[in-house]
Design a protein around this ligand. Structure first.
Ligand code: 16G
Length: 168
């Protein structure tokens, strides 16, 4: 959306008129109490994570400076996390010690779907990955989400469209 052009992470967005209670900002440690993990539960299994475990993981990510950009959409009136995603910047030796960006854990609360919040957070983090100098940005998704990401510029690369995994 147009709003992204003027958007700065961490600031209340002044031009978001229809939904004035929403803001996008980096994840805070206190978001444990704003339903961040419950929201991730809409995407996949989260498990029982104590506040202490959450804080430890948060600090580990924070201390890997410039690697994790955990980002949330907050309903500032309800004081709840209603959307989230993480940009992960991975260091490489190839391409002149390049950065590769990964888009991870994109999720929007079911109550807030249809407001283009998914598009909003993906565009913000895609712009951020580009601005931070990544030579490419990748994601994996299920078949259902393919059209959504295609519309946002993510495409299978001809001859190189396989995501392989091994589960432990
Ligand atoms: C999706 C997510 C990925 C997430 C995974 C969790 C996006 C673009 N992709 O692939 O980030 O980690 O689901 O599913 O958000 P899993 O627990 O089965 O790996």
């Amino acid at each position: 959306p147009e709003i992204l052009k003027k958007f700065h992470l961490g600031e209340r967005h002044e031009t978001l008129k229809q939904d004035e209670s929403l803001c996008v900002r980096p994840l805070y440690m206190s978001d444990y109490g704003r339903g961040f993990l419950e929201l991730l539960g809409e995407l996949t299994q989260v498990g029982n994570i104590s506040e202490e475990q959450f804080q430890e993981q948060f600090n580990l990510m924070k201390n890997s400076h410039g690697t994790y950009y955990c980002t949330v959409i907050i309903d500032t009136i309800k004081d709840r996390v209603v959307g989230a995603s993480t940009l992960l910047m991975e260091r490489k030796f190839i391409r002149g010690c390049a950065w590769r960006a990964r888009l991870e854990d994109v999720v929007v609360s079911p109550d807030y779907r249809g407001k283009q919040l998914g598009k909003c957070i993906v565009e913000i983090l895609t712009n951020l990955g580009k601005a931070l100098g990544a030579y490419k940005m990748t994601l994996d998704c299920n078949d259902k989400m393919l059209t959504f990401y295609n519309q946002l510029g993510y495409a299978k690369e001809p001859g190189n469209a396989n995501v392989l995994s091994i589960r432990f």
